[in-house]
Write a protein that binds this ligand. Sequence first.
Ligand code: TRP
Length: 453
Amino acid sequence: MAKFDFSNRDSFGSKIGIIAAAAGSAIGLGNIWRFPYVAGENGGGAFLVIYLAFIIVIGIPVMLSEFTIGRRAQRNPFGAFRLLKPGQPWYLIGLMGIAAAFFILAFYSTIAGWTLEYLYQSIANGFSGKSPEELTAMFNSFQASGIWPVIWQVIFMFFTAFIIYRGVRNGIEKYAKILMPLLLVLIIIICIRSVTLPGAVDGLNFLFRPDFSKITPKIILEALGQAFFSLSIGMGTLITYGSYIGKKDNLNNTAISVTAADTFIAILAGIAIFPAVFAFNINPAEGESLVFITLPNIFQQMPGGYFWGLLFFLLLVIAALTSTISVLEVVVAFFSEELNINRKTATIIAAIAITILGVCCTLSQGPLQNPLIGDKELFGVLEWTSANLLLPLGGFFIVIFVGWFLGKNNVRDEVSNSGKYRVRFFSFFMVIVRILAPVAIALVFLYQLGILG
Ligand code: TRP
Protein backbone atom coordinates (compact mmCIF):
# COMPACT_ATOMS: atom_id res chain seq x y z
CA MET A 1 0.00 0.00 0.00
CA ALA A 2 1.38 3.40 -0.97
CA LYS A 3 2.02 5.76 1.91
CA PHE A 4 0.30 9.11 2.24
CA ASP A 5 2.38 11.79 0.56
CA PHE A 6 2.99 14.36 3.28
CA SER A 7 4.80 16.78 0.99
CA ASN A 8 1.52 17.41 -0.79
CA ARG A 9 -0.58 18.43 2.17
CA ASP A 10 -3.23 21.11 1.85
CA SER A 11 -2.87 24.27 3.98
CA PHE A 12 -4.43 27.59 4.80
CA GLY A 13 -3.69 30.38 2.35
CA SER A 14 -3.54 33.49 4.51
CA LYS A 15 -3.23 34.78 8.02
CA ILE A 16 -6.74 36.12 8.11
CA GLY A 17 -7.96 32.82 6.73
CA ILE A 18 -6.38 30.95 9.66
CA ILE A 19 -8.02 33.17 12.23
CA ALA A 20 -11.34 32.96 10.42
CA ALA A 21 -11.17 29.17 10.20
CA ALA A 22 -10.08 28.65 13.81
CA ALA A 23 -12.59 31.22 15.08
CA GLY A 24 -15.15 29.61 12.79
CA SER A 25 -14.46 26.31 14.51
CA ALA A 26 -14.65 27.79 17.98
CA ILE A 27 -17.68 30.00 17.40
CA GLY A 28 -20.75 27.92 16.82
CA LEU A 29 -23.70 26.35 18.56
CA GLY A 30 -21.44 26.07 21.60
CA ASN A 31 -21.65 29.83 22.03
CA ILE A 32 -25.18 30.53 20.98
CA TRP A 33 -27.05 27.37 21.93
CA ARG A 34 -24.96 25.63 24.59
CA PHE A 35 -23.53 28.52 26.58
CA PRO A 36 -26.90 30.10 27.47
CA TYR A 37 -28.57 26.80 28.28
CA VAL A 38 -25.73 25.44 30.42
CA ALA A 39 -25.29 28.80 32.16
CA GLY A 40 -29.05 28.87 32.74
CA GLU A 41 -29.02 25.43 34.33
CA ASN A 42 -26.04 26.25 36.49
CA GLY A 43 -26.99 29.46 38.19
CA GLY A 44 -25.98 32.13 35.66
CA GLY A 45 -23.50 34.62 37.13
CA ALA A 46 -21.46 32.23 39.25
CA PHE A 47 -21.12 29.92 36.27
CA LEU A 48 -19.95 32.80 34.07
CA VAL A 49 -17.19 33.82 36.49
CA ILE A 50 -15.80 30.28 36.74
CA TYR A 51 -16.13 29.82 33.01
CA LEU A 52 -14.09 32.96 32.33
CA ALA A 53 -11.41 31.89 34.79
CA PHE A 54 -11.08 28.54 33.01
CA ILE A 55 -10.90 30.23 29.61
CA ILE A 56 -7.87 32.23 30.73
CA VAL A 57 -5.99 29.75 32.90
CA ILE A 58 -6.69 26.62 30.86
CA GLY A 59 -8.27 27.59 27.55
CA ILE A 60 -5.60 29.80 26.02
CA PRO A 61 -2.68 27.56 27.07
CA VAL A 62 -4.37 24.42 25.73
CA MET A 63 -5.17 26.17 22.47
CA LEU A 64 -1.61 27.39 22.03
CA SER A 65 -0.35 23.92 22.91
CA GLU A 66 -2.55 22.36 20.24
CA PHE A 67 -1.35 24.80 17.59
CA THR A 68 2.24 24.13 18.65
CA ILE A 69 1.91 20.36 18.34
CA GLY A 70 0.08 20.59 15.04
CA ARG A 71 2.41 22.96 13.30
CA ARG A 72 5.51 21.24 14.65
CA ALA A 73 4.43 17.88 13.30
CA GLN A 74 2.39 18.89 10.23
CA ARG A 75 0.19 15.87 10.84
CA ASN A 76 -3.22 14.80 12.07
CA PRO A 77 -3.28 14.44 15.90
CA PHE A 78 -2.63 10.69 15.95
CA GLY A 79 0.27 10.99 13.52
CA ALA A 80 1.58 14.10 15.26
CA PHE A 81 2.03 12.37 18.62
CA ARG A 82 3.58 9.35 16.96
CA LEU A 83 6.02 11.51 15.02
CA LEU A 84 7.01 13.70 17.96
CA LYS A 85 7.34 10.88 20.52
CA PRO A 86 7.77 7.61 18.63
CA GLY A 87 7.36 4.42 20.57
CA GLN A 88 5.41 6.05 23.39
CA PRO A 89 1.67 5.73 23.90
CA TRP A 90 0.94 9.45 23.35
CA TYR A 91 -0.86 8.60 20.13
CA LEU A 92 -3.69 7.33 22.34
CA ILE A 93 -4.64 10.99 22.85
CA GLY A 94 -5.10 11.16 19.11
CA LEU A 95 -7.37 8.12 19.21
CA MET A 96 -9.38 9.56 22.08
CA GLY A 97 -9.83 12.66 19.93
CA ILE A 98 -11.26 10.57 17.10
CA ALA A 99 -13.78 9.05 19.52
CA ALA A 100 -14.66 12.52 20.81
CA ALA A 101 -15.15 13.71 17.24
CA PHE A 102 -17.71 10.96 16.62
CA PHE A 103 -19.57 11.75 19.85
CA ILE A 104 -19.56 15.50 19.35
CA LEU A 105 -20.58 15.50 15.73
CA ALA A 106 -23.37 13.02 16.44
CA PHE A 107 -25.18 15.21 18.97
CA TYR A 108 -24.07 18.50 17.42
CA SER A 109 -25.68 17.61 14.13
CA THR A 110 -28.95 17.02 15.97
CA ILE A 111 -28.96 20.64 17.11
CA ALA A 112 -27.64 21.83 13.76
CA GLY A 113 -30.69 20.11 12.24
CA TRP A 114 -32.92 22.11 14.58
CA THR A 115 -31.33 25.31 13.28
CA LEU A 116 -32.29 24.28 9.74
CA GLU A 117 -35.89 23.72 10.84
CA TYR A 118 -35.89 27.16 12.46
CA LEU A 119 -34.43 28.69 9.34
CA TYR A 120 -37.19 27.04 7.37
CA GLN A 121 -39.86 28.26 9.81
CA SER A 122 -38.55 31.80 9.63
CA ILE A 123 -38.70 31.72 5.85
CA ALA A 124 -42.24 30.35 6.01
CA ASN A 125 -43.14 33.00 8.62
CA GLY A 126 -44.12 30.20 10.99
CA PHE A 127 -43.50 32.11 14.24
CA SER A 128 -45.65 35.05 13.42
CA GLY A 129 -48.41 35.93 15.91
CA LYS A 130 -47.61 33.03 18.25
CA SER A 131 -47.58 33.48 22.03
CA PRO A 132 -44.60 32.27 24.10
CA GLU A 133 -46.64 29.18 25.06
CA GLU A 134 -47.44 28.44 21.44
CA LEU A 135 -43.80 28.82 20.44
CA THR A 136 -42.82 26.34 23.14
CA ALA A 137 -45.50 23.91 21.97
CA MET A 138 -44.28 24.32 18.41
CA PHE A 139 -40.76 23.33 19.40
CA ASN A 140 -41.97 20.33 21.37
CA SER A 141 -44.10 18.97 18.60
CA PHE A 142 -41.25 19.39 16.11
CA GLN A 143 -38.94 17.43 18.37
CA ALA A 144 -41.48 14.73 19.06
CA SER A 145 -42.33 14.26 15.38
CA GLY A 146 -39.17 12.22 14.92
CA ILE A 147 -38.92 12.39 11.18
CA TRP A 148 -38.20 16.08 10.53
CA PRO A 149 -35.35 16.41 13.00
CA VAL A 150 -33.73 13.43 11.28
CA ILE A 151 -34.22 14.79 7.78
CA TRP A 152 -32.71 18.15 8.70
CA GLN A 153 -29.82 16.44 10.43
CA VAL A 154 -29.00 14.35 7.40
CA ILE A 155 -29.16 17.44 5.18
CA PHE A 156 -26.82 19.25 7.53
CA MET A 157 -24.32 16.38 7.56
CA PHE A 158 -24.42 16.42 3.79
CA PHE A 159 -23.40 20.11 3.72
CA THR A 160 -20.61 19.40 6.20
CA ALA A 161 -19.26 16.53 4.15
CA PHE A 162 -19.51 18.58 0.98
CA ILE A 163 -17.22 21.31 2.30
CA ILE A 164 -14.68 18.85 3.70
CA TYR A 165 -14.75 16.95 0.43
CA ARG A 166 -13.52 20.12 -1.26
CA GLY A 167 -10.49 20.49 0.99
CA VAL A 168 -8.95 23.02 3.33
CA ARG A 169 -8.30 26.14 1.35
CA ASN A 170 -11.22 26.09 -1.05
CA GLY A 171 -13.63 24.72 1.48
CA ILE A 172 -13.15 25.71 5.07
CA GLU A 173 -11.28 28.93 4.62
CA LYS A 174 -13.40 30.44 1.91
CA TYR A 175 -16.67 30.10 3.76
CA ALA A 176 -15.47 31.17 7.18
CA LYS A 177 -13.88 34.45 6.13
CA ILE A 178 -17.01 36.20 4.95
CA LEU A 179 -19.68 34.93 7.25
CA MET A 180 -18.30 35.16 10.75
CA PRO A 181 -18.11 38.99 10.89
CA LEU A 182 -21.70 39.22 9.73
CA LEU A 183 -22.82 37.01 12.59
CA LEU A 184 -21.21 39.35 15.10
CA VAL A 185 -23.10 42.38 13.80
CA LEU A 186 -26.38 40.53 13.89
CA ILE A 187 -25.97 39.31 17.46
CA ILE A 188 -25.29 42.87 18.59
CA ILE A 189 -28.55 44.01 16.98
CA ILE A 190 -30.45 41.23 18.75
CA CYS A 191 -28.79 42.12 22.08
CA ILE A 192 -30.03 45.68 21.75
CA ARG A 193 -33.58 44.48 21.27
CA SER A 194 -33.36 42.02 24.12
CA VAL A 195 -31.98 44.41 26.74
CA THR A 196 -34.66 46.99 25.93
CA LEU A 197 -37.53 44.55 26.57
CA PRO A 198 -39.59 45.28 29.69
CA GLY A 199 -38.15 43.28 32.60
CA ALA A 200 -34.76 42.84 30.90
CA VAL A 201 -32.86 43.81 34.05
CA ASP A 202 -33.67 40.52 35.75
CA GLY A 203 -31.95 38.70 32.93
CA LEU A 204 -28.87 40.87 33.14
CA ASN A 205 -28.74 40.37 36.89
CA PHE A 206 -29.05 36.64 36.42
CA LEU A 207 -26.05 36.62 34.08
CA PHE A 208 -23.82 39.24 35.67
CA ARG A 209 -24.55 39.14 39.41
CA PRO A 210 -22.82 36.01 40.60
CA ASP A 211 -24.26 34.31 43.63
CA PHE A 212 -21.27 32.36 44.84
CA SER A 213 -23.29 30.47 47.39
CA LYS A 214 -24.69 28.54 44.44
CA ILE A 215 -21.34 27.01 43.48
CA THR A 216 -21.29 23.21 43.54
CA PRO A 217 -18.85 20.65 42.13
CA LYS A 218 -21.27 20.15 39.26
CA ILE A 219 -21.21 23.83 38.27
CA ILE A 220 -17.42 23.82 38.23
CA LEU A 221 -17.23 20.76 35.99
CA GLU A 222 -19.89 22.14 33.66
CA ALA A 223 -17.95 25.41 33.37
CA LEU A 224 -14.77 23.52 32.54
CA GLY A 225 -16.55 21.37 29.97
CA GLN A 226 -18.17 24.40 28.39
CA ALA A 227 -14.81 26.21 28.18
CA PHE A 228 -13.29 23.25 26.33
CA PHE A 229 -16.29 22.74 24.13
CA SER A 230 -16.64 26.36 23.15
CA LEU A 231 -12.97 26.82 22.30
CA SER A 232 -12.87 23.57 20.29
CA ILE A 233 -9.97 22.32 22.39
CA GLY A 234 -9.03 18.98 23.91
CA MET A 235 -9.77 16.76 20.97
CA GLY A 236 -7.21 17.63 18.34
CA THR A 237 -9.28 19.95 16.16
CA LEU A 238 -6.78 22.71 16.70
CA ILE A 239 -3.85 20.32 16.33
CA THR A 240 -5.27 19.54 12.92
CA TYR A 241 -5.84 23.21 12.05
CA GLY A 242 -2.41 24.02 13.48
CA SER A 243 -0.92 21.55 11.05
CA TYR A 244 -2.28 23.67 8.18
CA ILE A 245 -0.78 26.89 9.56
CA GLY A 246 2.29 28.17 7.76
CA LYS A 247 5.65 28.56 9.46
CA LYS A 248 5.45 32.34 9.25
CA ASP A 249 2.28 32.85 11.22
CA ASN A 250 2.19 33.88 14.84
CA LEU A 251 0.56 31.11 16.89
CA ASN A 252 0.38 33.06 20.10
CA ASN A 253 -1.59 35.94 18.61
CA THR A 254 -3.84 33.53 16.78
CA ALA A 255 -4.70 31.69 20.01
CA ILE A 256 -5.43 34.92 21.86
CA SER A 257 -7.56 36.43 19.07
CA VAL A 258 -9.59 33.27 18.62
CA THR A 259 -10.21 32.92 22.36
CA ALA A 260 -11.20 36.57 22.69
CA ALA A 261 -13.61 36.38 19.77
CA ASP A 262 -15.17 33.16 21.03
CA THR A 263 -15.66 34.47 24.56
CA PHE A 264 -17.07 37.76 23.32
CA ILE A 265 -19.69 35.99 21.22
CA ALA A 266 -20.69 33.70 24.10
CA ILE A 267 -21.24 36.68 26.38
CA LEU A 268 -23.20 38.49 23.68
CA ALA A 269 -25.35 35.40 23.26
CA GLY A 270 -26.01 35.49 27.01
CA ILE A 271 -26.97 39.17 26.77
CA ALA A 272 -29.28 38.36 23.87
CA ILE A 273 -30.98 35.43 25.58
CA PHE A 274 -31.38 36.05 29.32
CA PRO A 275 -33.20 39.40 29.31
CA ALA A 276 -35.71 37.84 26.91
CA VAL A 277 -35.95 34.67 29.00
CA PHE A 278 -37.08 36.75 31.97
CA ALA A 279 -39.22 39.11 29.92
CA PHE A 280 -41.18 36.20 28.43
CA ASN A 281 -41.31 34.16 31.61
CA ILE A 282 -39.30 31.27 30.30
CA ASN A 283 -37.44 29.06 32.77
CA PRO A 284 -33.66 29.75 32.45
CA ALA A 285 -33.01 26.11 33.35
CA GLU A 286 -35.23 24.95 30.48
CA GLY A 287 -32.40 22.91 28.95
CA GLU A 288 -31.46 22.24 25.33
CA SER A 289 -34.55 23.95 23.98
CA LEU A 290 -33.86 27.27 25.73
CA VAL A 291 -32.61 29.39 22.83
CA PHE A 292 -35.01 27.80 20.36
CA ILE A 293 -38.02 28.89 22.36
CA THR A 294 -36.55 32.24 23.40
CA LEU A 295 -35.27 33.64 20.11
CA PRO A 296 -38.50 33.56 18.09
CA ASN A 297 -40.12 35.51 20.93
CA ILE A 298 -37.51 38.23 20.58
CA PHE A 299 -37.99 38.45 16.82
CA GLN A 300 -41.73 38.82 17.33
CA GLN A 301 -41.02 41.93 19.37
CA MET A 302 -38.73 43.52 16.78
CA PRO A 303 -39.72 45.80 13.96
CA GLY A 304 -38.72 43.86 10.86
CA GLY A 305 -38.63 40.70 12.96
CA TYR A 306 -39.24 38.51 9.94
CA PHE A 307 -36.08 39.76 8.30
CA TRP A 308 -33.89 39.69 11.44
CA GLY A 309 -35.06 36.22 12.38
CA LEU A 310 -34.41 34.87 8.95
CA LEU A 311 -30.94 36.40 8.78
CA PHE A 312 -30.12 35.21 12.28
CA PHE A 313 -31.04 31.58 11.69
CA LEU A 314 -29.19 31.64 8.40
CA LEU A 315 -26.04 32.81 10.15
CA LEU A 316 -26.56 30.32 12.96
CA VAL A 317 -26.63 27.52 10.41
CA ILE A 318 -23.40 28.84 8.96
CA ALA A 319 -21.75 29.23 12.37
CA ALA A 320 -22.67 25.63 13.08
CA LEU A 321 -21.29 24.56 9.73
CA THR A 322 -17.87 26.18 10.24
CA SER A 323 -17.74 24.18 13.50
CA THR A 324 -18.95 20.83 12.21
CA ILE A 325 -16.44 20.87 9.37
CA SER A 326 -13.64 21.31 11.90
CA VAL A 327 -14.79 18.20 13.74
CA LEU A 328 -15.18 16.10 10.61
CA GLU A 329 -11.78 17.29 9.36
CA VAL A 330 -10.11 15.60 12.34
CA VAL A 331 -11.55 12.23 11.39
CA VAL A 332 -10.87 12.71 7.68
CA ALA A 333 -7.27 13.81 8.22
CA PHE A 334 -6.75 10.71 10.37
CA PHE A 335 -8.36 8.33 7.87
CA SER A 336 -6.49 9.76 4.92
CA GLU A 337 -3.05 10.20 6.46
CA GLU A 338 -2.87 7.19 8.75
CA LEU A 339 -5.07 4.63 7.05
CA ASN A 340 -4.14 6.01 3.64
CA ILE A 341 -7.71 6.18 2.43
CA ASN A 342 -8.26 8.66 -0.36
CA ARG A 343 -9.49 11.96 1.11
CA LYS A 344 -12.80 11.92 -0.73
CA THR A 345 -13.57 8.33 0.20
CA ALA A 346 -12.54 9.07 3.78
CA THR A 347 -14.98 11.97 3.89
CA ILE A 348 -17.85 9.82 2.71
CA ILE A 349 -17.12 6.94 5.10
CA ALA A 350 -16.68 9.21 8.10
CA ALA A 351 -19.78 11.27 7.34
CA ILE A 352 -21.99 8.24 6.90
CA ALA A 353 -20.73 6.55 10.07
CA ILE A 354 -21.23 9.70 12.12
CA THR A 355 -24.67 10.35 10.63
CA ILE A 356 -25.83 6.90 11.72
CA LEU A 357 -24.80 7.60 15.31
CA GLY A 358 -26.28 11.08 14.96
CA VAL A 359 -29.68 9.82 13.87
CA CYS A 360 -29.80 7.58 16.94
CA CYS A 361 -29.02 10.68 19.00
CA THR A 362 -31.81 12.67 17.43
CA LEU A 363 -34.34 9.90 17.89
CA SER A 364 -33.26 9.53 21.52
CA GLN A 365 -34.54 13.06 22.03
CA GLY A 366 -37.84 12.45 20.30
CA PRO A 367 -39.87 9.29 19.81
CA LEU A 368 -37.27 6.83 21.09
CA GLN A 369 -36.64 8.43 24.44
CA ASN A 370 -34.86 5.89 26.52
CA PRO A 371 -32.81 6.99 29.50
CA LEU A 372 -29.42 5.26 29.50
CA ILE A 373 -27.64 6.76 32.48
CA GLY A 374 -29.70 8.55 35.12
CA ASP A 375 -32.18 10.67 33.21
CA LYS A 376 -29.86 11.11 30.21
CA GLU A 377 -30.71 9.56 26.88
CA LEU A 378 -28.08 8.80 24.19
CA PHE A 379 -27.96 12.48 23.23
CA GLY A 380 -27.30 13.58 26.79
CA VAL A 381 -24.78 10.83 27.43
CA LEU A 382 -22.69 11.68 24.37
CA GLU A 383 -22.87 15.39 25.13
CA TRP A 384 -21.94 14.97 28.77
CA THR A 385 -19.14 12.48 28.17
CA SER A 386 -17.47 14.44 25.41
CA ALA A 387 -17.66 17.93 26.92
CA ASN A 388 -17.10 17.13 30.56
CA LEU A 389 -14.86 14.08 30.33
CA LEU A 390 -13.07 13.45 27.02
CA LEU A 391 -12.18 17.06 26.21
CA PRO A 392 -10.77 18.02 29.62
CA LEU A 393 -8.90 14.70 29.75
CA GLY A 394 -7.47 15.34 26.28
CA GLY A 395 -6.53 18.88 27.31
CA PHE A 396 -4.83 17.57 30.44
CA PHE A 397 -2.54 15.31 28.43
CA ILE A 398 -1.96 17.91 25.73
CA VAL A 399 -0.56 20.46 28.18
CA ILE A 400 1.48 17.78 29.96
CA PHE A 401 2.90 16.75 26.62
CA VAL A 402 3.89 20.28 25.65
CA GLY A 403 5.09 21.14 29.15
CA TRP A 404 7.17 18.08 29.94
CA PHE A 405 7.75 15.99 26.84
CA LEU A 406 8.02 18.09 23.70
CA GLY A 407 11.15 19.82 24.99
CA LYS A 408 11.31 23.42 26.12
CA ASN A 409 13.50 24.50 23.21
CA ASN A 410 11.23 22.92 20.66
CA VAL A 411 8.26 24.67 22.17
CA ARG A 412 10.06 28.00 22.24
CA ASP A 413 11.20 27.50 18.68
CA GLU A 414 7.67 26.81 17.47
CA VAL A 415 5.91 29.51 19.45
CA SER A 416 8.46 32.17 18.50
CA ASN A 417 8.85 31.04 14.87
CA SER A 418 12.51 30.12 15.47
CA GLY A 419 13.17 33.25 17.46
CA LYS A 420 11.57 35.67 15.05
CA TYR A 421 8.94 36.83 17.49
CA ARG A 422 9.75 37.77 21.03
CA VAL A 423 7.37 35.77 23.13
CA ARG A 424 7.14 37.91 26.22
CA PHE A 425 5.34 35.53 28.48
CA PHE A 426 7.15 32.36 27.48
CA SER A 427 8.34 31.35 30.96
CA PHE A 428 4.91 32.04 32.33
CA PHE A 429 3.36 29.92 29.57
CA MET A 430 5.68 27.05 30.49
CA VAL A 431 4.67 27.28 34.14
CA ILE A 432 1.03 27.17 33.13
CA VAL A 433 1.31 24.17 30.85
CA ARG A 434 3.61 22.30 33.19
CA ILE A 435 1.81 22.90 36.44
CA LEU A 436 -1.07 25.31 36.68
CA ALA A 437 -3.35 24.02 33.92
CA PRO A 438 -2.91 20.28 34.60
CA VAL A 439 -3.34 20.80 38.34
CA ALA A 440 -6.47 22.88 37.77
CA ILE A 441 -8.03 20.21 35.55
CA ALA A 442 -7.08 17.46 38.00
CA LEU A 443 -8.60 19.39 40.90
CA VAL A 444 -11.90 19.79 39.07
CA PHE A 445 -12.04 16.04 38.52
CA LEU A 446 -11.09 15.21 42.09
CA TYR A 447 -13.67 17.68 43.37
CA GLN A 448 -16.31 15.84 41.33
CA LEU A 449 -15.41 12.52 42.79
CA GLY A 450 -15.90 13.97 46.22
CA ILE A 451 -12.25 13.39 47.05
CA LEU A 452 -11.82 17.12 47.65
CA GLY A 453 -14.11 19.50 49.50
N1 TRP B 1 -16.50 24.96 19.49
C1 TRP B 1 -17.60 24.65 18.65
C2 TRP B 1 -18.81 25.42 19.15
O1 TRP B 1 -18.69 26.16 20.07
C3 TRP B 1 -17.86 23.17 18.53
C4 TRP B 1 -16.64 22.42 18.15
C5 TRP B 1 -16.03 22.43 16.98
C6 TRP B 1 -15.85 21.62 18.98
N2 TRP B 1 -14.87 21.67 17.02
C7 TRP B 1 -14.76 21.17 18.24
C8 TRP B 1 -15.96 21.26 20.30
C9 TRP B 1 -13.78 20.38 18.82
C10 TRP B 1 -14.99 20.48 20.88
C11 TRP B 1 -13.90 20.05 20.14
O2 TRP B 1 -19.88 25.28 18.64
